[in-house]
Design a protein around this ligand. Structure first.
Ligand code: GLA
Length: 394
């Protein structure tokens, strides 16, 4: 689908030569949610769903972008003071990226671009991070500016938190930049170091989009983040990452019940994430699965970001033979579930979900057995595959 889209658009650019084409993937998080902005640990993988940007440079500072999926244009000028928010538009992710790179001191050239993608929007699979990263990578490449992947991820996070207004952590943008084929990354969100962990051949990752895509997720998310900051301040530390489970248990009675539950989730989730990475490295998929199930319970009961639909999906997945574990993935409040399973279990999972989840009117879940994929890249031969152009992996 994407290669057709790109070919279509390429024909429209003939007067100025073929555009260059860039892709950035969405992500699934195996475990470690709402830990990144608490400077803790996450364990995501980039997935084989992407945003693709086809772009040609301009001599002036104008950016003209056409979104094929919405049949809409956005136009703005890169001269700093002219990059502003425009309503609630998808274009804000691209505007925000330009704003963030300019603020970071990157001189940028204008571009004409087309954007398309196959990451479902609102499904908790980070389509917004992917559009930021793909557009940022494209404009930097066309402007002949070097930028390492971690700096690109940080610029994209700034775009989302300081320009768009969702005070996100670094996970989504980081994995969209640094994802590795067949690997999950254990990321330390404090020092931004990572360890790449190969996914064992006996494991598959299935994503199930609940079809529940709520509005106002940004507000609820920002509210949770504020609660975590308040709890950290109570403990006298910079972030909840600095509170051990033991210390928490000794002092939890000092916190109001809501804050106590939020802090308990973050502190225990950090421990679970590190343990899950160790289990994955030891090929102990059963142990990873158990930790995923505990993580879901904690997100549901303590962090309160699940919903009945996600709980039902998890319960259904756990009833299928060959499923190691399942949990909501990403911010929650709707969105998707991730399951870790044996390759032979995928068909049983799809059937069970259709029978139990899909039986209620208006409820439809989509199952995607995904491949862990590479981060952002330039597609140099888009009919055959992808190859990376010039960005340093650090
Ligand atoms: C969203 C944010 C991430 C992270 C997750 C929850 O995807 O963008 O930074 O906080 O929620 O883990």
């Amino acid at each position: 689908m994407i290669s057709q889209t790109v070919t279509f658009h390429r024909n429209n650019f003939d007067q100025r030569g073929a555009p260059r084409i860039f892709q950035a993937p969405g992500r699934v998080n195996l475990i470690g949610d709402h830990t990144d902005y608490n400077e803790g640990f996450v364990l995501p993988a980039a997935i084989d769903r992407q945003i693709v940007v086809a772009a040609t440079p301009r001599k002036d500072s104008l950016v003209n972008v056409y979104a094929l999926d919405f049949d809409q244009w956005d136009h703005f000028d890169l001269q700093k003071e002219m990059v502003r928010l425009r309503g609630n538009s998808w274009g804000n992710y691209i505007r925000g990226m330009a704003w963030s790179l300019l603020r970071g001191g990157c001189p940028l050239k204008g571009m004409d671009a087309a954007v398309a993608g196959d990451i479902p929007i609102g499904a908790g699979l980070s389509s917004s991070a992917a559009i930021e990263v793909a557009a940022g990578y494209a404009v930097l490449q066309l402007s002949e500016q070097e930028c390492d992947r971690k700096s690109l991820a940080l610029a994209a996070q700034k775009a989302e938190s300081d320009f768009v207004g969702m005070r996100c952590g670094i996970m989504d943008q980081y994995i969209s930049c640094l994802g590795r084929q067949n690997h999950a990354l254990l990321i330390d969100c404090r020092d931004l170091g990572y360890r790449a962990l190969p996914l064992p051949p006996g494991a598959r990752i299935a994503i199930v989009d609940s079809g529940v895509h709520r509005g106002l997720v940004d507000m609820a998310y920002n509210a949770r983040r504020l609660e975590c900051e308040t709890a950290a301040a109570h403990f006298g530390v910079r972030a909840l990452r600095d509170v051990s489970l033991m210390e928490f248990k000794n002092r939890e009675h000092e916190l109001a019940p809501d804050l106590r539950r939020r802090a308990r989730h973050v502190i225990s989730e950090n421990d679970r994430t590190v343990s899950a990475a160790q289990a994955l490295a030891a090929d102990d998929l059963k142990a990873v699965g158990t930790l995923m199930v505990d993580s879901h319970a904690s997100l549901r009961d303590d962090f309160e970001v699940s919903c009945p639909e996600l709980d039902l999906l998890v319960e259904t997945a756990l009833s299928v033979e060959g499923v190691y574990g399942a949990r909501l993935t990403g911010a929650g409040f709707g969105g998707s579930m991730v399951a870790l399973l044996q390759p032979e279990a995928a068909a049983g999972l799809t059937d069970a979900i259709a029978a139990r989840y899909g039986s209620a009117p208006g409820r439809q879940a989509t199952v995607h057995v995904c491949k862990a994929s590479e981060g952002v890249s330039e597609i140099t031969n888009y009919m055959k595959g992808t190859s990376d152009a010039g960005f340093k992996k650090k």
